[in-house]
Design a protein around this ligand. Structure first.
Ligand SMILES: Nc1ncnc2c1ncn2[C@@H]1O[C@H](COP(=O)(O)OP(=O)(O)OP(=O)(O)O)[C@@H](O)[C@H]1O
Ligand SMILES: [Mg+2]
Length: 592
């Protein structure tokens, strides 16, 4: 769909308001036309005295007697009439502004909500590849640009166009040949705008991209500030920012130049047309072909035309701006979404058996898992071990459908999980990611993730994960975590993350390196908590590098370069003396 069509679709829900706004714009335009029309006769009457002689202008429009009486009564009323016309126009204008602005602001609000929603539900792998700074910039500044330039565009299209039409109509009623001259003005102003508009659109898009890059750099710097300072790479970072900033400045300079050239060009064109019209009119008055008040009215209309015509001339520029920002917004809305509910997706129930069947996962060219087949049964805890990059986290991602198999399938009780809804799938999974992230906000929200759960349940989970002391230290369940839990130690954060997973009481519990940041004592405590949490019907998936902590699990799966190389109970594997046994021996030696 074209950008314009999509923008119009955004305005659709507000069409009633827009229709009213257009009526107001029409009324305001009528008021303006009346101004211009009355200006000539009023000026002549005021200067010469006598009646407000609308005769020549209204000839043929009203019967002569009526026109005369009307004119006579008008002369005394001219000041009142002016006030009335002004008030009428002001009211209509205000009505238009309020109605139209509301419609646009709300449409932009809808767009903002849709993009946020889109990011929220988006494919986590896709979005993790984009800088979040850039995404935030799109959400904030691109939509603001859409809102602002959208506002200008609709105002121009409705108010300025209707005013221009009304004034042109006045001109037409006075003298068609004069209007032809005015037509030349319009033509002369509109034609050269196209090339300008194209150039400005390109520049506008470049400018927004450069701004996005700047937010991305700033975000990277703020997020990784400690690393930057610790490794003394301030200079390198400053250089990269400087580059991005310089690029933006270059674009801005070009944009300013184009803009600076644009407006004067329009003005000169307009004045040339106006001058031609005046010359023509002067000759017509001298030859007696036109009454002077008509020329006055015409001149008034022509002068009043300047502003709306200028706005219409700028339309191309505004549209270019609008389109550039809107394209970037729609790009986000159209971002590929590998993981969406299929049509007719069903709610998955808690599985008794989860299987990976010949699953291959590729990230682009790279194969992270190759034909992996695994089985997890209710009541069983499986440890995934293997060197870094072996594909352990990828298996967790598969179970959560953060990634989908490039080949093969993942099933819950024989049903491909792609046949189920994401919400139901994820309601059966408690997940502690490799890097525990907490939200800015209180402990209660961090544990419940916004679900309405009794405090007792949160407490139980926190106790089980040994996170209660951490929460108490922050001032209880309403105490605040600073952004990302930055006011906590790595191990404390991890304990809260585990508590969060336990709160869900889900069938599958995936712990990706849950103890990596824990000391020996807390590690032991957490082991106990797992044993408790993983009892019953749970399917436990424990990803870890500490092989000592897998002694109690039912089965160990050893991964290497995306393949399963060993599988069995810890005892079996030890007895076999294969990879697992060697890795464990190595670990004991280094620990000793
Ligand atoms: N989003 C991604 N895009 C591209 N490649 C990826 C992505 N995520 C992981 N990979 C690659 O896939 C392979 C498996 O990664 P995975 O995260 O599953 O390893 P892992 O076993 O969890 O390692 P670790 O123990 O270090 O956490 C790695 O080679 C990694 O570089
Ligand atoms: Mg990992």
């Amino acid at each position: 769909m074209r950008v314009e069509a999509r923008l119009l679709a955004l305005l659709r829900p507000h069409r009633l308001r827009i229709a009213l706004a257009l009526v107001c714009a029409g009324l305001a335009a009528v008021g303006m036309g009346a101004y211009a029309f009355l200006a000539g006769p009023a000026a002549r009457a005021l200067v010469q005295g006598g009646s407000l002689d609308l005769g020549p202008m209204l000839e043929g429009v009203l019967p002569e007697a009526v026109a005369e009486a009307f004119a006579r009564s008008l002369i005394g009323a001219v000041p009142m009439l002016l006030i009335a016309a002004a008030a009428f126009r002001a009211l209509a204008s205000a009505g238009f502004n309020v109605l139209m602005s509301h419609a646009v602001v709300e449409a932009a609000g809808d767009l903002r909500a849709r993009i946020y929603e889109r990011l929220l539900r988006g494919d986590p792998i896709f979005f993790s590849r984009r800088g979040s700074g850039e995404l935030v910039s799109r959400l904030a500044s691109d939509i603001a640009t859409v809102e602002q330039s959208g506002q200008q565009v609709v105002v121009t299209l409705s108010k300025d166009v209707s005013q221009a039409l009304a004034l042109l109509l006045v001109c037409a009623s006075i003298d068609l040949r004069l209007l032809a001259a005015a037509g030349v003005v319009v033509w002369a102003t509109v034609v050269p705008t196209r090339r300008f508009a194209d150039a400005l659109r390109r520049i506008g898009k470049e400018q927004l991209a450069a701004l996005g890059e700047i937010s991305h750099q700033a975000e990277q710097m703020l997020r990784n500030h400690r690393i930057i300072v610790a490794y003394g790479s301030e200079r390198h970072r400053a250089g990269r920012f400087e580059e991005a900033n310089e690029r933006l400045l270059g674009i801005m300079r070009r944009s300013l130049l184009w803009r600076a050239a644009y407006t004067p060009l329009m003005e000169v064109m307009g004045v040339i047309g106006l001058a031609a019209a005046i010359a023509w009119a002067g000759r017509s008055v001298l030859s007696g072909a036109l009454p002077p008040e008509s020329v006055l009215s015409f001149a008034a209309a022509a002068l009043m035309l300047y502003q709306p015509l200028k706005a219409i001339g700028n339309l191309g520029q505004q549209l270019a701006h609008l389109r550039a920002a809107a394209e970037r917004c729609f790009e986000l809305l159209d971002a590929p979404d590998a993981t969406m509910d299929r049509p007719g997706a069903v709610a998955l129930s808690a599985p008794r058996e989860v299987r990976l069947e010949e699953v291959t996962v590729r990230y682009g060219e790279k194969e992270a898992l190759s034909k992996v087949s695994l089985r997890f049964r209710a009541g069983e805890t499986v440890a995934l071990v293997g060197e870094s990059g072996a594909g352990k986290t990828t298996i967790a991602n598969l179970l959560l459908r953060f990634v989908e198999p490039s080949e093969g399938r993942v099933t819950f009780d024989g049903l491909d999980i792609r046949e189920g809804t994401l919400a139901s799938l994820r309601s059966h999974v408690g997940y502690v990611p490799q890097e525990t992230v907490l939200f800015a906000g209180d402990a209660r929200t961090n544990l419940s993730c916004g679900a309405d759960l009794p405090l007792e349940r949160l407490r139980e989970a926190a106790r089980a994960a040994n996170a209660e002391p951490v929460i108490e230290a922050l001032g209880g369940y309403d105490g605040d975590f600073a952004e990302g839990g930055k006011n906590l130690s790595g191990g404390e954060r991890q304990r809260v993350g585990v508590a969060r997973a336990l709160v869900r009481d889900a069938r599958i519990l995936i712990l990706d390196e849950p103890t990596s940041a824990l000391d020996a004592e807390n590690d032991a405590l957490l082991q106990e908590a797992f044993a408790r949490a993983l009892g019953g019907d749970r399917i436990g998936v424990l990803i870890t590098h500490r092989l000592r902590s897998v002694q109690g699990v039912d089965r160990v799966v050893v991964l290497e370069k995306g393949r399963v190389v060993e599988e069995g109970s810890p005892e079996e594997l030890l007895a076999r003396g294969g990879r697992f046994a060697r890795m464990l021996a190595l670990e004991s030696r280094t620990a000793a």
